[in-house]
Design a protein. Structure first.
Length: 317
């Protein structure tokens, strides 16, 4: 018995607290690419910064305090901090369901992708680039979501709160006009899944993909002729983009100004944002097909269109 104990003790002594284990490719890839949009925890980029600053436990206990500490005075934030602030704001927003944190996630992501800093631009091969774009798209849609009607996005001018200030939003009303109709209600497509189609067509880019419900607009023969070509219950795939004026200065002062622009998918596939020509996020397949039956509540849930039952697992692109 004594000999056995010695052998077991020697075996334990040979084990090291740090090491590597061979796993299959899929397991390894899932581990290194997991993030707030695909798992129940932030990405390794955010977790590493929290660990480096000794804030991991504090963030679990009081995320609002840690997010404020990471922002600090808001001046000269590096891209590393902008990305982490975006992801952790989204993480907290999902759990608290506070729209101001969804909006903050979009603001920080916008600054990471399109803001001007003294650092070199983010490389296209940097995994954070696409993830930040997704955080912007989903954060924007959920920040603007109606509190009364699930999945309905409210696009209207006014002031929106942020954890560190406020944002004044303007809207160009003319962008709601489309081929003799006016866009009157917007449904977020970021949390819907499609069934019944062979393929789901989409274009990865910037902006919140939406489906717009239509109402007749205008009088006269030209408007009537345009409406003859369009089925009255058609839902139009559009993309909403929040363009923020001098986002770096706005984060520092807490006083941001922005405008929302709505792009219909048929004429627009790119947009000029912050001096850059960027592709728009498009979800044409997810908009209900022409002639599909509307859900009794008004939410467009067709035979090929359904929504997951919970907010708790937002899906990225």
């Amino acid at each position: 018995m004594g000999l056995l104990s010695l052998i077991l003790l020697a075996a334990c002594a040979c084990a090291t607290p740090v090491g590597v284990t061979h796993v299959d490719t899929q397991s390894m890839y899932r581990a290194i690419t997991a993030n707030v949009l695909s798992a129940d925890h932030p990405s390794s980029y955010s977790e590493q910064l929290l660990a480096r600053l000794g804030l991991t436990k504090r963030f679990d206990e009081d995320p609002k305090v840690v997010l404020a500490a990471l922002r600090g005075p808001g001046e000269g934030l590096s891209r590393e901090y902008l990305f982490v602030l975006s992801e952790l704001s989204f993480y907290h927003a999902v759990r608290s369901q506070k729209p101001e944190y969804f909006l903050a996630a979009a603001v920080y992501a916008y600054a990471f992708v399109l803001g001007r800093t003294e650092e070199a631009p983010v490389a296209a091969v940097d995994p954070r680039f696409r993830l930040a774009a997704n955080l912007y798209n989903l954060g924007l849609a959920q920040a603007l979501e109606s509190r009364e009607e699930e999945a309905t996005v409210v696009i209207a001018p006014g002031s929106r709160p942020l954890p560190f200030g406020k944002m004044e939003i303007s809207v160009d009303d003319k962008m709601f006009l489309w081929s003799g109709y006016r866009m009157v209600r917007f449904i977020s497509l970021g949390e819907f899944k499609v069934r019944g189609f062979l393929n789901r067509y989409r274009q990865a880019g910037i902006g919140a993909p939406l489906a717009a419900e239509l109402a007749p607009a205008g009088e006269g023969p030209e408007a009537e002729q345009a409406r003859k070509r369009i089925p009255p219950r058609l839902k139009v795939p559009v993309t909403a983009v929040l363009q923020i004026e001098d986002v770096s200065a706005g984060i520092a002062t807490g006083d941001l100004k922005a405008r929302i622009q709505v792009y219909a998918a048929d004429p627009a596939r790119t947009a000029e944002i912050g001096g850059h020509r960027v592709p728009l996020e498009l979800e044409p397949t997810a908009a209900p097909p022409t002639g599909s039956r509307a859900h009794p509540s008004g939410t467009p849930r067709s035979a090929a269109f359904s929504r997951p039952s919970s907010h708790s697992s937002p899906r990225g692109c």
